[in-house]
Each structure stands twice: as structure tokens, then as C-alpha cells.
Design a protein around this ligand. Sequence first.
Ligand SMILES: Nc1ncnc2c1ncn2[C@@H]1O[C@H](COP(=O)(O)OP(=O)(O)OP(=O)(O)O)[C@@H](O)[C@H]1O
Ligand SMILES: [Mg+2]
Length: 230
Amino acid sequence: MISIRNIVKKYRSGSEEIAALDGISAEIRAGEFTVILGPSGSGKSTMLNMLGGMDRPTSGEILVSAEDISKFSEKKLTDYRRKNVGFVFQFYNLVENLTAYENVGIAADLNGNADKAADALIDVGLEKRMKSFPNQLSGGEMQRVAIARAVAKSPKLLLCDEPTGALDVATGDMIFGLLKKYSQNNDTAVVVVTHNPEVAKIADHVIRLRDGKIVADESRCKQDSEAKAV
Ligand SMILES: Nc1ncnc2c1ncn2[C@@H]1O[C@H](COP(=O)(O)OP(=O)(O)OP(=O)(O)O)[C@@H](O)[C@H]1O
Ligand SMILES: [Mg+2]
């Protein structure tokens, strides 16, 4: 679904140049739960931002349906993000003075499509918390609102940067389970950056980064992973 080819991303700080990504190539597929692992500073967030059209590579290609989004104009890139990409962050980024329902409906730019906001919240098990404000919700519930907001517009690509970084282990596992199920049920490409190597066990695809390079790229055939899960 998305092919990145030989992506290099350099940042300049003073006279020094850092290659946050140093020639990486990978395939991100619909219906798969892809996990990006690697130490701090290895380029995980940078890679996610490239996939989501939030940043452009210094060189290389990002092919989405055979179009290279790295060559898109600013306006086309904004359009790509709006139509195709959902983002979930570590600290939820909910609007404090809006209810769960309003956060999903308004922030996801659904233009008053009330049913979609409600459906998305029901999907993440929050049908009883629609009228709650963020400060009345637990961390896991806030992250589920953030996921509902990201998926309400049915993105083809759901990108999550350390979505469980602020949660306890059990709640984190629940969120990972939810994201995996979402990728399967909606034929969506879900890409998760995490520090938790345990998540590799439930992933369809694991990409390991180190110093801006891919050091391992493991795909599991779906039947295998399903057989293991039983
Ligand atoms: N906007 C920027 N300007 C300069 N350097 C940057 C910028 N963004 C990232 N970097 C550098 O690029 C490298 C990769 O950063 P990145 O944020 O992708 O790492 P990460 O794997 O997500 O790390 P973490 O696990 O700590 O979030 C780091 O050395 C970082 O300092
Ligand atoms: Mg990061």
C-alpha cells in the first residue's frame, strides 16, 4: 500500500548534519499491524512522520498508490493527510473543554456527521462515556477517545507514536489489542511506534531501526500469526 524507497532524512544542527534516516526502504500493507521498534533517537518518529506526509525526506520516494507524496505540493500533501491518515499520540491531545463525543466529532473534522462519531466511540467500547470530559476519563479511556477520533474518518493509514507510553502495562496491552483488531477488521494499515518489544509477538510486521537504518524487517504470514494466537 505504501512503499518507501531509499529514504534519507538529514537534519542540520549548527555545523553538524544528522541523518535521522539513512537510506531506508520498506513496504507498509493494508490489513497489517506493523510495529516499529528501536532505541531512542533511532528514527522511529521520523519514519512515521514521513509515512503520514507530516515531513518530507531529503531524498528517496514515498509511493502511495503509485504516486510519490514526497513530491506533492503543500496543498496536495495536506489533502493526503486529511483524507487518508489518522494519528494517535502518546499524550492523547484531546481538547479539555470538549466531551469525548465532541472531541471525536469536531476534531476529526466530520462536519456534523454525528453517527460516525458515535460509531467510532462504540467501537472502542466507550458508548457510556460519550458525554464525559477528558479529565473525567482514565488514561486508557482518553487514548481510546483519541483512537476513535483518528479512525472516525476511516483513514487508510493509522499511525500511532508510542500510544501506550503513558499507560500501565495491562491498559497498554488492551490498546495494542484494539489497534491490531482494527487493522484486521477494517483492512487498514496500522503502524505503531513503541518501546515495548513484547508487542512484536502480536504484530504482522516488525521493523527494527538503529541509527536511522533498518536492521531487521520481519513479516509474518497472516495464517501463521493467527494460528499462534489460538
Ligand atoms: N526537527 C529536528 N531537528 C533536528 N534533529 C532532529 C529533528 N527531529 C529529529 N531529529 C534527530 O533525528 C534523530 C531521530 O529522531 P526521532 O525522533 O525519529 O527518534 P525516535 O526513534 O523517535 O526516538 P524516541 O524513542 O526518543 O522518540 C535524533 O537524533 C533526533 O535528535
Ligand atoms: Mg519518537
